[in-house]
Design a protein around this ligand. Structure first.
Ligand code: LLP
Length: 422
């Protein structure tokens, strides 16, 4: 059986704790499934990130899409990190969380005119533009509003990130970014634009990258491109080197932030402008867990099914990317206790509602028992949905020996209230 995990989520006295509380205690107060996060772990991650990048003067913009809970955003904002956004909805949230406009970067391949207008109204620090078409629309909007916009062009460096195909973004054929040659043309074309200052280049080649080589290669390509643009006498004052830094989901695979920061510092040494990164997962993945209960242990061949009350609607990553989240019982057993292999599934009417196969859990796993998915702070609650008319789970935050609901469960009654019967 896998053993947790980090400084703030660990077994003590055979009970899984998050900070000073047992998960069992928390589950007495709220219906499963629910998400539960550790505030201390978030603050530690922010500090680790700052230590790694700060020493080289690299700015950090948290990729809000990883977890956009307002309370977490406020904590991140209070710690002085900037943010990377991809929608008008995220823009609303970060503004509510108190992030100043000039600490915001707006990314995304399909920003609408309304979203671009809102971004300019809020004084977003930089817009990462992903096509010639978007740049033309932004130019018109800026002129019409009589405001100037700071722009970076997101380049597609055509480097395979060596991660899951569904979360690779920087190769030819991906919808993201602009071809390097076209970026050079656009920098020249917009050099004297009265409302746009196109003086930055950006990239993001994928997520959960655990091999530094492709990342190094992409940064090198971007820096080479910047030198070429500068050589043509156009300014490049900023490089945004994206996120994607892989975390350990229990298989020992991860990217060390120190090595990322060092690689960036080395490759950008001769570049005179500012440099930033956009980590999402690194900051929030290991702060959280999804807590669920066993509904049935269904005896079948070849393996029994542990059927949980959490499903793919609550935690989509296994169904979408064959991702594995360490799965552990809240009540720890003695080393000598028997374990058994289970197929761990949810109740949703889809065969892909399978969390893992052959998962080793206690042989005595019982109906009603609490089972937890670890490292579920990033891309989990944010991707939950109500398929099968299921409740969208609550989110809780633990701070020492206190627990607060930071998002209530979204129930069918709440969802039904939006429907009309004409
Ligand atoms: N910057 C840009 C432009 C991005 O598109 C992303 C993530 C990030 C930064 C942050 O990447 P991170 O450091 O979190 O890896 N739902 C998938 C992940 C999708 C990531 C999308 N873009 C998953 O659950 O694995």
């Amino acid at each position: 059986m896998n053993t947790p995990l980090n400084t703030h989520i660990a077994y003590r006295d055979q009970q899984l704790h998050i900070e000073s509380l047992t998960v069992g205690q928390i589950a007495e107060q709220i219906e499963t499934p629910f998400y539960c996060y550790s505030k201390a772990m978030l603050l530690d991650n922010i500090q680790t990130c700052r230590d790694a990048f700060g020493r080289y003067g690299i700015d950090i913009h948290y990729a809000v899409k990883a977890n956009s809970n307002l309370t977490l955003l406020s904590l991140i904002a209070t710690q002085g990190l900037g943010v990377d956004l991809v929608s008008g909805g995220e823009l609303k949230r970060v503004a509510r969380a108190g992030v100043p406009g000039d600490s915001m970067v707006f990314s995304g391949v399909g920003k609408t005119q309304t979203e671009l207008r809102d971004a300019l109204l809020k004084g977003v620090g930089r817009i990462n533009v992903e096509s010639a078409e978007e740049l033309a629309v932004l130019a018109d909007i800026a002129a019409e509003m009589n405001v100037s916009a700071q722009v970076s062009l997101r380049v597609n460096p055509d480097v395979a990130a060596n991660t899951h195909a569904h979360i690779t973004t920087g190769t030819k054929g991906n919808k993201f970014g602009i071809e390097p040659a076209q970026a050079i043309e656009l920098m020249a074309e917009y050099a004297a634009h009265p409302f746009l200052c196109v003086d930055g280049l950006a990239m993001h080649i994928g997520s959960q990258i655990c091999d530094i080589e492709p990342y190094r290669q992409a940064v090198t390509r971007l820096v080479d491109l910047a030198q070429q643009v500068i050589g043509d006498d156009y300014p490049v004052n900023h490089l945004d080197l994206g996120g994607g830094f892989g975390v350990d989901y229990g298989d020992g695979q991860a990217l060390s932030l120190e090595s990322v920061a060092q690689a960036i510092a080395e490759i950008t040494e001769s570049f005179g402008g500012s440099v930033s990164v956009e980590p999402g997962r690194f900051l929030v993945a290991n702060i959280g867990m999804l807590v669920s209960r066993v509904v049935y242990v269904k005896e079948t061949e070849p393996l029994p099914f542990a059927i949980l009350d959490a499903g793919m609607t609550d935690l989509m990553r296994p169904a979408l990317y064959q991702a594995r989240h360490q799965t552990v019982p809240v009540k720890q057993r003695a080393e000598s206790d028997d374990v058994r292999a289970y197929d761990v599934v949810g109740p949703v009417c889809e065969s892909t509602d399978t969390f893992s196969r052959g998962e080793l859990l206690p042989a005595s796993l019982a109906e009603g028992e609490l089972v937890v998915f670890l490292s579920a702070g990033a891309y989990c609650a944010v991707m939950s949905n109500s398929y099968n008319s299921r409740t969208i789970p609550a989110e809780l935050l633990v701070d020492g020996d206190e627990v607060s609901v930071i998002r209530h469960a979204i129930t069918q009654d709440a969802l039904l209230a939006y429907e009309e019967t004409p």
